[in-house]
Every structure is written in structure tokens, then in C-alpha cells.
Design a protein around this ligand. Sequence first.
Ligand SMILES: *Cc1c(COP(=O)(O)O)cnc(C)c1O
Length: 366
Amino acid sequence: MNNHVTVLEIDGKALEHNLTYFKQKLKPETKILAVVKAFGYGSDSVEIAKFLEEKVDYFAVAFAAEGIALREAGIEAPILVLHPQVQTLQSIVDYRLEPNLYGFKVFDAFLKLADETPLMNYPIHLKFNTGLNRLGFWHTDIPKILSDLKETNHVKVQSLFSHLAASEDLEERDFTINQINNFAYIAQQFYKHLSYKPMLHILNTSGVVNYAEAQFDMVRIGIGLYGFGNDEKVTSTLKNTHNLTSIITQIHLIEPGETVGYNRAFVAKKPIKSATIPVGHADGISRRLGNKKGFVIINNQKAKIIGNVCMDMIMVDVTKIDCKEGDKVIIFNNQEMIQHIATVSETIVYETLTAISQRVKKVLNK
Ligand SMILES: *Cc1c(COP(=O)(O)O)cnc(C)c1O
């Protein structure tokens, strides 16, 4: 049981609002895959999946263990494992997860496993590289894949997919359109030679925002569900889902000349009042937020972080704030605050959200 006072409250209503926003951008028949990898972008993949299970068609996780956690929590919906390893294929089958087979090493290993078990029409997904150059078969692999598939009824291609390299960047429009066209061509080859039609999908959140015409049969939404559209206008129509709060553990009165925190990084020039809050870099608060670069909200007022961010704590300046030990502290509760933290931390909101550590208590409010 996690009884930590630093809590990430996940806003279920906001999650639902965001899902509806994307549904409205899509044809009614287009399926939705909710990406819940990395603990639901730093929140709680089990709670998110339970909440969304009746509202979406598919879930995706990066690694097998993440899918196993969902199954062990009772999630029954199909779960795509985006990045399986040969070592985890058996557990993928044991937990009825659906592997992305992205190259011959993992494809051959899975066909062998399917043959030996034996499995019958086991759903697999084939990923094609169309320019991200990260994971995926190359289009020249198609003849070999097709001939291997012809010889087996142990697996069935549930979907063919690809991933865009720059869907949020309209200056890369030509590159993206080319990726989409290449993917459509790859899909055609399969449709020509298979007796059935696997689902097709290529769009992530920004893909839906900028290239909805390429929605094919399904879209894979991650960051958008959690309130960010990689575009200010879209983000402003989405609702924030991740709210990080804590409490003031202790208040100190600091005399001029005294210092606060490690390396004595903050030096008081006048008498100040500091508050210690139990959240630190081990919880995902970057050290870059120290020394007045970051702030929290206490009783509706900004309190700047003074000195260095510690592993388990930060100290903030509450000289001008009427507050006491035990008062609530908002570390972030809207998209602007999260974006500010990301910017100051010299990163993107994806990293800021997924950095929230397992030590933080998670609660989903319906
Ligand atoms: C993480 C991921 C997504 C989700 O991307 P967002 O930008 O968060 O919507 C979709 N597809 C793949 C293959 C991914 O790895």
C-alpha cells in the first residue's frame, strides 16, 4: 500500500473529455488504441486501463511486463506489445498479449513458438519502417513475410502498422505524406496476397491532429489522452489529467547569512521563511528546477524553489505566503505548469510526465 502524501491525482473526467475530443476528429468506425505504456505516461496504467476499457478498442504498452501487469489486474481488452523481445514471447502468449513483430529475428522466433505450442490464428501485428528508422520491417521484406505466412495458420496478422517521425511538425509535411503513402503501398501488397484484411494504423496523437485523413482503421493515442496535443491550440481544448500535489512538511525561519539545502546553494540576504515539501528528483522533479527556476503553488500563491532540488525534498520560499505545516502544495495541476516545468527542465512534456516516479501515490478520480 502506498500511503505517501505526495499524490498524482489522475482526472478521469479530463481523460474522458480528451478521448471524446479525438473521437470527434475521427470517423465513427475508426478504432481507438489507448497508449498506456510507461505506467500510463507516468500515472497508473492499471487505473487508466480500467477506466478506459469499455471506451476504447485496444491498449498498447512498450514491453511485455507492462502488458502482464494489465492482465494481472483483470484487463481483458486486446493489448498490443509494441517492443517485444525474443526472451519475452512465451510470456506474451501466456498472458494473451499481442506482439508487434518488427523484424525477422522476433518474427521467426514467434512463428516457431506458434508452431510448437501449437497456437491457432494467434493475433500478431507487423510493423513497417517508413522513415523513423527505429523499429520495423523494410518494404523489401514483404515477399519473405508473405511466403512465411502462407505456410502457417498458427498466426493471423491482426494489423499492419507504421509510426510517423514528425507528425507534430508541419514543416515536415512532405516527409510525413511520403511515410503515409509508403505505408498505404505496403498495406496494398498484403491485401493483394492475404485472404483477409489486417487492420491498418499509422497515426499517433499529432497524426490525428494534422493528418486525420490517414486514420485508416485505427489510431494510437498517447499524449493526447493525457492533455497534450503538441500544439498550443489543441492543448488548450484538451484537459489536464495529471495533477501532482503534496503538503508542507516543515517550515523554517532563515536568518540573513544562513543557507538552505545542499551545497549551500541558497543564501538568505534577509530573513525568509522556507517550506520543505516531500518531493524531489527521485520523484521526477528535475534538478534544473532548483535555484528559483521552478515553483509550486501554496494557498493560491507562487512559491519558488530555493537551493538545489534534493532526492526526496524541495525547499520553497514562502516568506510572503500565509501558510502552515500540513498545508496543501500544488506542484502542477494544469498544462501551463507542466509545460513550464518541461521547458525549464530543457525537455518535452512526454519526459516530464513519464518522469513521475513509482514512489508517488496515484489516485484516479472518476
Ligand atoms: C508512444 C507511441 C505512440 C503514442 O504517441 P503519442 O504521441 O503519445 O500519441 C503511438 N505509437 C507508437 C508506436 C508509440 O511508440
